[in-house]
Design a protein around this ligand. Structure first.
Ligand code: MN
Length: 275
């Protein structure tokens, strides 16, 4: 597997955990969790730059990169108690979405087949299509529940004449059968999209979307408990997908397509937020 190495900054691992070559079957078999960089932003419809995400996430912590992060609340150190390793970045040229997604899917399938958990650092949300497809190929087609945190549904059909893009992955996964629509749970949708036609498609798939208006009215913990229970019913695996734009734009103003509302009540689009 080709690594970008220092293409997007220093060639470091996540918090100093050990590096792994995913083509090393013995090392992969010993892994519990594999960090995967997916430096792809060819699917963005507005501002690009998410290709720098994996390197930024790996390098942002100011504490020593010693492969250890104890939790006071949990009295555990996940990086020590599990064998967590970093394979570096998958080669994903943002000008060739099809090849890039195929490369990522193969890596995720390989890691899943080794019974390790892939944690993928994006990259724009296009990557959820190859990510979940790879897991479903390994763990069971149609047997993967998805919990998707996002301001947006990402169930669009075509953008700029392309079926591949950051607004489409959830539709692609349901249409292919990799996931069941009725086990596809969305949390945090707000703002101005999607339009009625796409909302009808989502309803036809029996998707369950907890919009911010519902979360505000009923409480987050109640909604989250329901979501986890539903996503796990009749499924053999769970895939968690988090788009950073699900948080208040004040906490992530540099994301590519924000959706600035307070609890889903207002609605304004910020084309040039400060970053
Ligand atoms: Mn989003």
């Amino acid at each position: 597997m080709t690594r970008y190495g220092a293409q997007f900054g220093p060639n470091i691992t996540f918090l100093g955990i050990p590096a792994i070559d995913v083509d090393d079957a013995k090392a992969l078999a010993a892994a519990d969790v594999v960090i995967v960089g997916a430096p792809f932003d060819g699917g963005t419809s507005f501002r690009a730059g998410a290709r720098f995400g994996p390197s930024a996430i790996r390098g942002t912590d100011y504490l020593p990169h010693d492969g250890s992060r104890p939790s006071l609340a949990m009295r555990t150190d996940g990086l020590k108690e599990l064998n967590v390793v970093d394979m570096g970045d998958v080669e994903m040229f943002s000008g060739d979405a099809k090849t890039a997604c195929e490369s990522l899917e193969k890596v995720i399938e390989k890691i899943s087949n080794a019974n390790a958990i892939p944690i993928v650092l994006g990259g724009d949300h296009t990557i959820t299509w190859p990510d979940v497809t790879g897991v479903a190929k390994a763990r069971g087609w149609g047997k993967v529940g998805v919990i998707h945190f996002d301001a947006h549904a990402d169930t669009g059909d075509i953008t700029f004449g392309s079926l591949i893009g950051h607004g489409h992955p959830m539709r692609q996964l349901i249409e292919s059968g990799a996931c069941r629509g009725d086990r596809f749970i969305q949390i945090g949708l707000r703002g101005y999209w999607p339009e009625a036609e796409t909302l009808k498609w989502m309803s036809d798939q029996k998707m369950r979307s907890y919009e911010m208006t519902e979360i505000t009215a009923r409480g987050f913990e109640i909604c989250l408990d329901e979501a986890i229970k539903l996503a796990m019913t009749d499924c053999d695996a769970i895939f968690l997908s988090v788009d950073v734009d699900v948080v208040d734009p004040g906490s992530a103003p540099g994301t590519g397509t924000t959706c600035a509302t307070r609890n889903g009540c207002g609605d304004w689009f910020a084309p040039f937020p400060p970053c």
